[in-house]
Ligand binder design. Structure first.
Ligand code: IPE
Ligand code: IPE
Ligand code: MG
Length: 238
């Protein structure tokens, strides 16, 4: 039996192209995309994934037209209004990573409520990366660490485990698998530190079309990988 990856992260890309191909406007692609978040979250939970991290909005996505940004910022309300009951019933715990302060007040409040409502749930963690960028995360970590040293709350000579406590992901398991939908082969400022030894799978399927079968396909690719972490696999061992 293959061991299901504990923590899967997904760059949900391709909503705009999905819409364009059907003659729809980009925001309709995001609407379809958010509905797919529900489907994939439910499926990942059934499979026994411990944590699913979804890239929902990057620190670079503010460059998009205001209308699109506003639409994206209104989606958390749609998502939680529609699905929070189901998430509760499935024992799913909502978390988020990213720079929360500069989100619109309403999106912030909606997330805070969902996080609070589900905080005692013990099933899968559904973790949204919202206004997330690795460069921002690492700079923030470095600043907070420097402040702790200045205030005698830390010493300069910390190890990697202690440094990782300054990252947004401090309470989450190591990422086993990263999936990017939509055909681009880049990380777009996503979890650059955390993906050091994750398996990376890039597929052409656009996010709104990414169904359980496509997810299974990514898992199949993952199971075929030989994770050596810089060492040797058993057969090569002497
Ligand atoms: C991903 O889809 C969703 C977000 C970045 C918020 P895109 O909107 O990037 O879709 P494409 O890449 O233009 O098709
Ligand atoms: C990455 O997709 C961000 C999210 C999926 C939220 P983008 O569409 O923003 O990335 P680029 O522009 O192709 O690098
Ligand atoms: Mg894109």
């Amino acid at each position: 039996m293959n061991k299901i990856p504990e923590h899967i992260a997904i760059i949900m890309d391709g909503n705009g192209r999905w819409a364009k191909a059907l003659g729809k406007i980009r925001t309709q692609g995001h609407y379809q995309g958010v509905k797919n978040v529900r489907n994939i979250a439910i499926y990942a939970n059934e499979l026994g994934v411990k944590c699913l991290t979804l890239y929902a909005f990057s620190t670079e996505n503010w460059k998009r037209p205001l209308e699109e940004v506003n639409y994206l910022m209104a989606l958390p309300k749609f998502f939680f209004d529609s699905y929070i009951k189901e998430l509760m019933a499935k024992n799913i715990k909502v978390m988020m990573i990213g720079e929360m302060d500069s989100l619109p007040k309403e999106a912030k409040a909606i997330f805070a409520r969902a996080i609070d409502m589900t905080k005692d749930n013990t099933g899968m963690i559904l973790n949204f990366a919202l206004n997330y960028g690795s460069h921002q995360e690492i700079l923030r970590a470095a600043k907070n660490f420097a402040l702790d040293v200045l205030n005698d709350k830390s010493v300069l000579d910390i190890d990697e485990d202690a440094f990782s406590q300054y990252l947004y992901t401090k309470d989450l398991p190591v990422i086993d698998l990263l999936i990017r939908t939509g055909g681009e082969v880049r990380l777009s400022n996503f979890l650059l530190y955390q993906l050091a030894y994750s398996e990376l799978v890039f597929i052409d399927t656009l996010w709104p079309d990414f169904d359980n079968e496509a997810f299974d396909e990514c898992l199949k690719i993952y199971y075929q990988r030989d994770r050596r972490f810089g060492g040797l696999n058993e057969k090569e061992n002497y």
